[in-house]
Design a protein around this ligand. Structure first.
Ligand SMILES: Cc1cc2nc3c(=O)[nH]c(=O)nc-3n(C[C@H](O)[C@H](O)[C@H](O)COP(=O)(O)OP(=O)(O)OC[C@H]3O[C@@H](n4cnc5c(N)ncnc54)[C@H](O)[C@@H]3O)c2cc1C
Length: 507
């Protein structure tokens, strides 16, 4: 039963065992895990928007696709079938929504419910969650025993656009990819895409199919690696074996390949640089200025390595449909963009693929027993909980592999933790960092602009397990499955003898 009332009216406040925030890939995965691993738990999924799917519903720009393979981006409990490894955004959205329907999780989503505050009370062993309803304007309050945020990592209401001088002078159209809509016409137009990250390299070849010309304008280059959109080994295995056998082999193959590329980049950056350059030399026209346009100043994987399927970006460059310009913007003009070098790029449409605005935990204001939680003062336990914050976890993916690998590991572990608490009659589980644990590592170790701009708002990590989640799915999975749930750094508190009637002991 839904309740809407003034914040002071707590009599009829609805209580659930677990409150999941966000109905994207992670929130729907969390719902499926709760359904199957904790069938007795009541739960609801609160979603700020009017639709599920998160990223895969929000982003509508031409060519939107995965840039990690679907065998690892899919949920392990609902294998991706077929040989197509890189697929378009609508296919991912359909997969996420189909999964929600198959597990009855779609029924659990409450749309237009934005969580603004969550306050933990040790007196009551529960969270009180304040929600704003975007559709009715009402304020709603709910309580829960466990809070699981699946809110992604960036703001939905705005992207990041630097303060470009003279931007107001431009007579054509300017759009940020986050807000692309069907009304934006690019056919036959001269398009400039500003940026060199994953979004830019996805957009550019897609726009080039019908634009008059596309210029990718970058201040500095990124490393780009082409991978086959169709996974030949997956094709072979799915034809030869039943999917229950083929899928884990393909999944683990892809996990290990991604890990090997990451490790090689970290340990032998010079070798990796040479390798990436050789691959590009083969794909780009003879004599192409790779040094200027495709040789970043940083080492591979200091920032995200951009993947393109089947050389699409390089093919578009070879065909003359795309030019890459590496320069700085002096000012926007009426006709386009004037560059530091003195060159002017004329444009009808400018796409600012300049990044996301990162934000931790959906901007939810957390407090514990009346004290606001200062996120940068907390330490991350196993990449999923915060020191000193009881009964709360967050689903976060990897930066070097498919997001789902990390998010699902967390959701599965939360379910194990809930089962453990129930079996022992615990009402509260709080990670406590031992004295002397030093917050020495950032939440995520990338030097990308979007990371640097926001990382100070995020919690921190220490130099060692369990306060450091390494970017290594295989190792983390082993550690989480094998480690005792009674981890000495987790403080478990028993439910009080005088429980409120009708309330579960350990939610
Ligand atoms: C263009 C683009 C391409 C990407 N490609 C890949 C890829 O190929 N592979 C990969 O692994 N990752 C990729 N990512 C990362 C991507 O975000 C993840 O794949 C994944 O979709 C994250 O899912 P999520 O559910 O954790 O977060 P999101 O998809 O961001 O969903 C979060 C949901 O929470 C809701 N929410 C947020 N705050 C609140 C609140 N306070 N109250 C209520 N609801 C709230 C949001 O409305 C949203 O629906 C890509 C990201 C982008 C932007």
């Amino acid at each position: 039963m839904k309740t809407s009332q003034s914040m002071s009216d707590v009599q009829s406040v609805e209580h659930v065992d677990v409150l999941v925030v966000g109905a994207g890939l992670s929130g729907i995965g969390a719902g499926c895990r709760l359904r199957t691993l904790c069938p007795a738990k009541s739960f609801a999924i609160l979603e700020a928007r009017g639709a599920s799917g998160g990223t895969w519903d929000l982003f509508r720009f031409p060519g939107i696709r995965s840039d990690s393979d679907m065998f690892t981006l899919c949920y392990p409990f609902r294998p991706w079938s077929g040989a197509q490894a890189i697929v378009d955004g609508p296919s991912i959205l359909a997969y996420v929504r189909d999964t929600a329907r198959a597990y009855g999780v779609d029924q659990k989503i409450r749309f237009h419910h934005r969580v603004v505050n969550a306050a933990w009370s040790s007196e009551e062993d529960r969270w009180t969650v304040d929600i704003e309803r975007a559709d009715t304007g009402e304020s709603v309050r709910m309580t829960c025993g466990f809070l699981l945020t699946c809110t992604g990592y960036y703001r939905y209401d705005q992207g990041y656009t630097p303060a470009f001088p003279g931007i107001e002078r431009f007579a054509g159209q300017i759009v940020h990819p986050q807000f692309w809509s069907e009304e934006i016409e690019h056919s036959g137009k001269r398009v400039v895409v500003i940026g060199s990250g994953a979004t830019a390299v996805t957009l550019v070849p897609a726009l080039a199919r019908s634009a008059a010309h596309v210029t990718m304008l970058q201040r500095s280059p990124s490393y780009i690696l082409s991978i086959p959109a169709l996974d030949p080994i997956a094709g072979l295995l799915t034809r030869a074996l039943p999917s229950r056998l083929a899928y884990p082999i393909v999944r683990w193959k892809n996990v290990l390949i991604a890990l090997a590329i990451y490790r090689l980049s970290r340990r032998r950056p010079a070798t990796m640089k040479r390798l990436l350059r050789k691959l590009m030399e083969r794909r780009l026209p003879p004599g192409y200025d790779i040094d200027t346009h495709f040789s970043p100043r940083y080492d591979p994987w200091d920032q995200r390595l951009c993947l393109v399927p089947d050389n699409d970006l390089f093919d578009a460059i070879c065909a003359g449909h795309v030019s890459v310009v590496t320069d700085e913007i002096e000012t926007f003009t009426e006709a386009g963009i004037a560059l530091r070098s003195g060159v002017e790029l004329e444009a009808d449409l400018i796409v600012t693929a300049t990044g996301l605005a990162m934000v931790p935990f959906g901007k939810i204001g957390l407090s514990v027993d009346g004290r606001p939680v200062a996120l940068p003062e907390t330490l991350v336990y196993r990449g999923m909980m915060l020191s000193g914050v009881p009964n709360m976890a967050f689903a976060f993916g990897y930066i070097n592999q498919s997001w789902t690998l990390g998010a699902d590991l967390t959701c599965e572990h939360v379910c194990r933790l809930l089962g453990h608490m129930d079996r022992h009659g615990y009402a509260r589980c709080t990670p406590r960092a031992p004295d002397g644990t030093v917050a020495s590592a950032p939440f995520a170790d990338l030097s990308s602009g979007y990371m640097k701009r926001a990382i100070d708002q995020f919690p921190r990590q220490a130099a060692h397990d369990p306060w450091l989640r390494q970017q290594n799915y295989a190792r983390n999975r082993r550690a989480m499955r094998r480690s005792p749930l009674d981890d000495p750094v987790l403080e478990f508190t028993s439910a009080r003898a005088t429980e409120r009637p009708g309330q579960p002991l350990a939610a």
